[in-house]
Design a protein. Structure first.
Length: 607
């Protein structure tokens, strides 16, 4: 009985162990249970929309009373292309905001502004515009209009404030009826074919602020009555045929800030009274027949920024250095004598200084190096002597430096060719000696040095070296013996200073063309001598090492292919790496085997 009980207990224990082992096997072999997807979010409860009262239908604005006048204008305009006016339909509204670039209306629906500029309009100015009696602004500039400026502009457009008719082909004289435009502030009729004198009726336009009649054929003197326009700020009469003196009465127009009288036939001195205009910023009187020095009264022009005074003579006044706002000074072809005042170096805003084609003597003042804002410095065609100041290398913003055709001596400062923005350095036709400095500037750098006596440089004027046997190897027709490159005459492409392309040359004025016809400066860089013996080995070293550099890429792909093939063979011997499924099975293999062996061992013991 006792034995039967013991056997029964052992059987129960064995069955429990078998159940535990079976459960372990099932759990280990079962696939992982994925998490259930999150429950859908509940739809938010609907909220009641606020009650919006419907607005009453908008009533359309009444059509502009000037609509019919504009349609008549459309029919009267002559255009080169009919599509220009195709948008002027019969149902268009000039007061609609979509037309704001063409028309502007006041609160009463009347058209007060019309802009038909640059629309290829041709023919005469149509009289249909006279029906727009409320116009304050009218622009027809940049078209092909011809014929005279109509008289009805002054009689029927009495509210006109701004009249712009520039860049057309209008001819004849300006009508005297412009005197009826009492509110006129701006008249711009430049770049036409107008002739005659300035109409005296403009003196009655007391609110006139801007008078521009440039690039026409106006003749006669500048009228004295311009000084009575107390509100006049801009006077542009350049490129006409005006003659006589500059009237001193212009100083009575005390609001003037810009006077442009360039390219006329004016004569006499510059009136000292112009120095009393308190707000004068720009004075352009170049290309006339003026004479005499710059008046000392100009020392009071504290607001002066632009001074273009070609034609004056005498010496350059030192007081220019006190006009601290000066940005541009042009006094070329002025027959100036004396020296360059060092005070110009104290101008912190000076960007352009043109003193070329004069008779200036002395040396280049080292004080100019303090004018660090300089972009252009033209001192060519003078009688300047001495050496080139090394202080000019402090002009870090300069890109155009012209010192040609002087009497400069000494060597070329090496730092000049290293200026960060230099694009044109012209020092030809001087008496410079010594070595040619190395070039570290951009490829478009224009360097003209012909007509000097520089070492190992072409187009030089060295009589002593030409007759000396020792100087024969440095002639431009033969290269140095240590230089492996061919002579520059047969291979100009190897010159160390390539000639710049015309498109990349800096903007320069036509009266500053450097060099002489016998030795043009712009062709000089293309015929430089061969590199020196110190630079030749460097070029030959690069040439010999070039094949080695080019042969490396051909062998590199073979080594990479061999290494890749060895790695592929090792992977084939080791078998494929365990993927995601294999990794999961290998993780449960060990617990399954261990549980089975424990169960079998217990069964054997119980048996």
């Amino acid at each position: 009985m006792a034995n039967s009980t013991a056997w029964a207990a052992c059987a129960v224990i064995a069955l429990r162990l078998i159940a535990i082992a079976t459960t372990t096997l099932l759990v280990a072999a079962a696939p992982p249970v994925t998490a259930a997807p999150p429950p859908l979010t509940a739809t938010p409860p609907l909220t009641a929309a606020p009650l919006v009262m419907a607005a009453p239908p908008a009533t359309s604005a009444p059509p502009s009373p000037d609509k019919d006048a504009l349609l008549a204008l459309r029919d009267a305009l002559q255009v080169s292309s009919p599509s220009v006016l195709s948008y002027w339909e019969k149902n268009f509204d000039p007061c609609d905001p979509t037309w704001s670039q063409r028309f502007t209306c006041n609160k009463d629906g009347r058209v007060i502004s019309i802009d038909m500029g640059f629309n290829t309009l041709k023919g005469p100015i149509p009289e249909a515009l006279a029906a727009l009696s409320n116009l304050t602004y009218m622009s027809l500039e940049g078209n092909l209009l011809e014929g005279p400026v109509p008289e009805w502009i002054g009689s029927k457009l009495s509210k006109l404030v701004n009249l712009r008719l520039a860049a057309n082909s209008l001819n004849g004289t300006l009508p005297s009826t412009l005197s009826g435009l009492k509110s006129l502030k701006s008249v711009v009729v430049g770049s036409n074919h107008l002739s005659g004198q300035l109409p005296s009726g403009l003196q009655h336009c007391k609110d006139l602020e801007h008078l521009s009649i440039y690039v026409n054929g106006l003749s006669g003197p500048i009228p004295e009555w311009l000084g009575s326009l107390k509100k006049l700020r801009v006077l542009e009469l350049y490129t006409n045929q005006l003659s006589g003196p500059i009237p001193a009465s212009l100083a009575d127009a005390s609001s003037l800030s810009s006077i442009a009288l360039t390219d006329n036939r004016l004569s006499g001195p510059i009136p000292p009274a112009l120095g009393d205009i308190p707000n004068l910023v720009a004075l352009y009187v170049a290309s006339n027949h003026l004479a005499g020095p710059l008046p000392n009264s100009f020392s009071r022009l504290d607001s002066l920024m632009y001074l273009y005074n070609e034609g004056i003579n005498g010496s350059l006044p030192a007081f220019l250095g006190n006009l601290r706002l000066l940005e541009s000074v042009a006094a070329e072809y002025c027959n100036l004598t004396g020296s360059i005042p060092p005070s110009l170096g104290s101008l912190p805003l000076l960007v352009e200084l043109f003193l070329d084609n004069n008779r200036l003597s002395g040396s280049i003042p080292a004080a100019l190096s303090r004018a660090t804002a300089l972009n252009k410095l033209y001192l060519n065609r003078n009688q300047l002597g001495g050496s080139i100041p090394a202080g000019l290398c402090r002009l870090s913003n300069i890109y155009d430096l012209n010192l040609a055709r002087n009497q400069l001596t000494g060597t070329i400062p090496v730092c000049l060719t290293k200026l960060p923005h230099i694009s044109s350095l012209i020092i030809s036709n001087n008496r410079l000696t010594g070595p040619l400095p190395p070039i570290t500037s951009p490829p478009a750098f224009h360097f003209s040095y012909a007509g000097n006596c520089l070492d190992n440089a072409p187009d030089q004027d060295c009589p002593a070296k030409a007759t000396s046997p020792a100087a024969a190897p440095s002639a431009p027709s033969s290269a140095p013996s240590s230089a492996p490159s061919p002579a520059p005459a047969s291979a100009p492409s190897s010159a160390p200073f390539p000639a710049p392309a015309p498109a990349s040359a800096p903007a320069s004025r036509p009266d500053h063309a450097p060099s002489t016809p016998s030795a043009p400066a712009r062709s000089a860089p293309a015929s430089k001598s061969a590199p020196s013996s110190t630079s030749a080995p460097a070029k030959s070293a690069l040439a010999t090492s070039a094949p080695a550099l080019t042969s490396q890429p051909s062998s590199a792909p073979t080594a990479d292919a061999t290494q890749a093939q060895q790695q592929q063979q090792q992977q084939q011997q080791q078998g494929p790496p365990p993927g995601p499924n294999n990794a999961a099975l290998s993780g449960v293999h060990f617990p399954i085997t261990r549980a089975a062996m424990l169960a079998l061992l217990l069964l054997v013991l119980l048996w």
